[in-house]
Design a protein around this ligand. Structure first.
Ligand code: USQ
Length: 419
């Protein structure tokens, strides 16, 4: 179904940018919204992307030069309802992919202000989009980024959104219980409730994507360094496998927290883009609130650490695996069997194998090693789930080296407006 007009909120982010490139390559029209707050928040914790990221104006220019395509762009904040409504009125998208949310569990656990910022920001943006859709484009399809972490780690199989329950002799189809593990993950739970309710009362069409942990740095459309997506590796913004590979490249220990038997579902960046495109090209029906569990396979963090250490030897790296005390409050040994059939039924096929993607990440991170070196002090964990305030620990951690290497790449981390 090429030719769909897709509005991506959070187009400047880790997933938003490669999604834009992927959709353009498949003949869709892409318009984005971003307020560049991710760049700002990553700077706030003293870090930056391992890959150099051009300003958004330069990103647009690179798309023009390399791919011969245009990306429309509106700089602004989903916290302003007038702005959200205005963009929808001007653009009239067929699909809205909503990625513009604070996406880090550790960031949400720093202190009360970061918890509130996460929940107020995420819920406000979603509610503004839902109301603006209702007023301006009620026939559009909302693809909302949720997270597998909404379900937690129950001791039974995890359904794909809904399941049949029998209680005291009566049966019903009900949402599968949510037991999130951070203020961030709870914000996604509350969002899910809001999207489900809006679909019901206003007959909107919505897909809630319960996404597993994404890993990877490349997609086939990233054919030029100017098209790179961001790659976070610090304790706050980096996801586990991406962090483990950065640790191996830096000569730091690989850190499965605690016992390391906590299991999560994982999906490669490229396959995550494929599944979002499939959701866009096969929209939910009018009034339908559809849930897709989006991951390929579940691994324990110990398994990830072992794989990282093994693949590292191919690059003459010999990392050690250490188990720091777990800064999070989470089950470290548990049952984990989520169902994930619906995307496959829609045509999704896994295309990337774990170790191939790992090699790709190693190659890029070795290339950008100096950017990693300049921020090695932000890799090890300081934010403690059980503490009401981890801000002091975050600020007090080892300072950057006195003479950090200069940025070797073509990018910058500033927040320019679009051309
Ligand atoms: N972990 C370690 N060592 C580390 C980093 C993480 O053992 O150095 C463990 C964590 O304790 C956790 C697991 O790895 O048990 C996953 O942590 P993560 O940081 O890779 O992922 P998480 O915080 O759950 O969040 C990430 C994304 C988030 C997305 C979520 C999908 O940041 O936006 O929603 O993955 S999911 O995990 O399925 O909820």
């Amino acid at each position: 179904m090429p030719g769909t007009k897709v509005l991506i909120t959070g187009i400047d982010g880790y997933s938003g940018w490669p999604l834009a490139l992927h959709l353009l390559s498949r003949g869709h029209e892409v318009v984005g919204i971003d307020n560049f707050v991710t760049r700002k928040r990553v700077r706030e914790v003293g870090s930056w992307s391992a890959t150099p990221i051009p300003s958004f104006a330069r990103r647009q220019a690179a798309v023009r030069t390399v791919l011969g395509k245009e990306i429309g762009f509106h700089r602004g904040d989903l916290g302003r309802y007038d702005f959200v409504r205005h963009v929808l009125e001007v653009e009239r998208p067929d699909t809205i992919v909503h990625l513009a949310e604070q996406r880090s569990a550790p960031y949400s656990m720093i202190d009360v202000h970061h918890a509130v910022d996460t929940q107020v920001g995420n819920l406000t943006g979603t509610l503004h989009l839902l109301y603006a859709m209702r007023e301006v484009c009620p026939g559009a399809h909302l693809v909302k980024m949720g997270t597998m972490g909404e379900y937690g780690t129950p001791n039974v199989d995890i359904a794909e959104g809904f399941f049949e329950v029998e209680y005291r002799g009566r049966r019903d189809r009900m949402p599968f219980p949510r037991q999130a593990g951070s203020w961030y993950h709870w914000s996604k739970v509350f969002d899910s409730g809001d999207v489900m309710f809006a679909s019901k009362i206003w007959h909107l069409r919505a897909t809630d994507v319960m996404q597993g942990v994404i890993y990877g740095v490349r997609t086939p459309e990233i054919s030029d360094d100017r098209l790179l997506t961001r790659f976070d590796f610090d304790e706050t913004w980096g996801t586990s496998l991406n962090r483990f590979i950065a640790q191996a490249v830096l000569g730091l220990p690989i850190t499965p927290y605690g016992k390391g038997e906590q299991r999560r579902g994982f999906i490669a960046l490229e396959d995550s883009m494929q599944s979002l495109r499939i959701a866009i090209e096969n929209p939910a029906a009018t009034g339908e609130y559809r849930v897709l569990n989006q991951f390929d396979a579940a691994y324990s963090v110990n398994e990830l650490a072992e794989m990282t250490a093994r693949v590292a030897t191919e690059f003459n790296l010999r990392p050690v695996v250490e188990h720091p005390p777990n800064p999070r409050t989470e089950a470290e040994q548990h049952y984990y069997n989520p169902i994930h059939d619906r995307l496959v039924a829609l045509g999704y096929r896994r295309t990337r194998e774990f170790e191939d993607v790992m090699r790709e990440i190693f190659r890029d991170l070795i290339r950008f090693r100096r950017r990693l070196e300049a921020r090695r002090h932000v890799v090890l964990p300081t934010v403690q789930w059980a503490s009401a305030d981890s801000r002091a620990a975050l600020v007090a951690r080892a300072p950057p080296p006195r003479n950090p290497p200069t940025d070797p790449g073509p990018g910058d981390e500033s927040e320019h407006t679009a051309a």
